[in-house]
Design a protein around this ligand. Structure first.
Ligand code: SF4
Length: 364
């Protein structure tokens, strides 16, 4: 039986970035303590249902997990180990903001078993980081990397954003050079999206955003530069040295099982999908809802997630693959070989449209 993953949502942030539409709330020490108690209680309740499952990844995401005291992360890890079968060889990741007090935070969580850190670099260019609302300069990211290494954590991922206001191909090169010369084994690179309700969405006419075709060239540059440096693309937005792919995130893309704890966190366990309400109050009340899988919903979800991977999917039947390959408009965007379907580099650039077209051809 394959092991599952556990996701813990830490919804607090010390400052709010103008492009972000994740659920988050301003950090408050007293609320953070109470919230962690609710997370600990939730692990105890869920263990009744899942005490026979084994888990081999834990991921603290946010919000900003490093905005709270490291002792609170340790408290959650203790509760997880008490209530679940957590493999000693688990990948345990914490997302960190370089602006946080990492000198105190990282050593504490490393001693408790955290062995992977995902750091929000976003850009190595100071002006671009400032435009994204990131307070710390790039030198602070370098300090954060040093703290991780000194604490024994070398499995580090840096996040980059493509299409930042003021960004050019040559300034992106600076950021890519930073990632490569830092020696990290994993990079995630996401294109900036203007999400409704964000400050950037409201101010979009005043932002110096690079044109769409430049952003496409930025994606090309990112894929080529990182792969030449040995960071192989294994998902639309993720690049890693062999063996350093995110084991936790691969569970989502491979449609494997996971338990999510925190506001808005989703779970997929024993064939059932369920989630907590997306606000702290609802979560702390313990409300949980089941999402019914519509007819064929599970298959479509597997297709949508699996096509994000460079390796693609191998579970569609011969007739469906023939139907897909007979659509000549899809030809530049897909590869079909030996029963496997994957997207090409061009397909990744327009993945939403290509995946929707593929899904239309699947008979449920
Ligand atoms: S730190 Fe992360 S979660 Fe918090 S506001 Fe910024 S982007 Fe959003």
């Amino acid at each position: 039986m394959t092991s599952s993953g556990i996701y813990i949502h830490i919804p607090f942030c010390k400052s709010l970035c103008p492009y972000c539409d994740f659920y988050k709330i301003k950090y408050n020490e007293e609320l953070a303590e109470k919230y962690i108690e609710a997370v600990v209680d939730a692990t105890a309740s869920l263990s009744v249902l899942y005490n026979s499952s084994s888990f081999d990844t834990v991921y603290f995401g946010g919000g900003t997990p490093s905005s709270i005291d490291g002792d609170l992360i340790v408290r959650v890890l203790d509760a997880l180990r008490l209530n679940f079968d957590i493999s000693p060889s688990s990948e345990i990741t914490v997302e960190c903001n370089p602006s946080s007090a990492l000198e105190d935070f990282i050593p504490k969580v490393a001693v408790a078993g955290v062995n992977r850190v995902s750091l929000g670099l976003q850009s190595a260019v100071d002006l671009e980081r400032k435009s994204l609302g990131r307070l710390a300069g790039p030198s602070r990211v370098t300090t954060a990397l040093d703290i991780c290494h000194l604490s024994g954590i070398d499995n580090i991922s840096l996040d980059l954003i493509l299409g930042v206001p003021g960004q050019t191909l040559s300034s992106l090169e600076e950021s890519l050079d930073y990632c490569i010369s830092s020696g990290v084994p994993h990079v995630s690179a996401y294109m900036l999206k203007l999400e409704e309700g964000t400050v950037f969405y409201k101010r979009q006419d005043t932002l110096d955003l690079p044109p769409e075709d430049t952003v496409c060239s930025m994606y090309d540059l990112t894929c080529n530069t990182l792969s030449s440096a040995g960071l192989k693309q294994y998902e639309i937005s993720n690049f890693a040295r062999p063996g350093f792919e995110s084991r936790h995130n691969l569970k989502y893309w491979n449609d494997e099982t996971y338990l999510g704890i925190g506001p808005g966190a989703h779970s997929f366990m024993n064939g059932k999908r369920f989630y907590y309400p997306s606000d702290v109050v609802g979560f702390m009340r313990g409300d949980m809802q089941c999402i019914p899988d519509g007819e064929g919903g599970a298959l479509l979800e597997r297709v949508m997630l699996g096509l994000r991977l460079s390796s693609g999917i191998s579970f569609l039947d011969k007739d469906t693959l023939e139907e897909i390959s007979s659509d000549k408009t899809l030809a530049p965007f897909i590869n079909i070989s030996n029963g496997n379907l994957s997207l090409t580099h061009e397909g990744f650039l327009v993945s939403n449209v290509v995946i929707s077209k593929i899904i239309e051809k699947i008979k449920l």
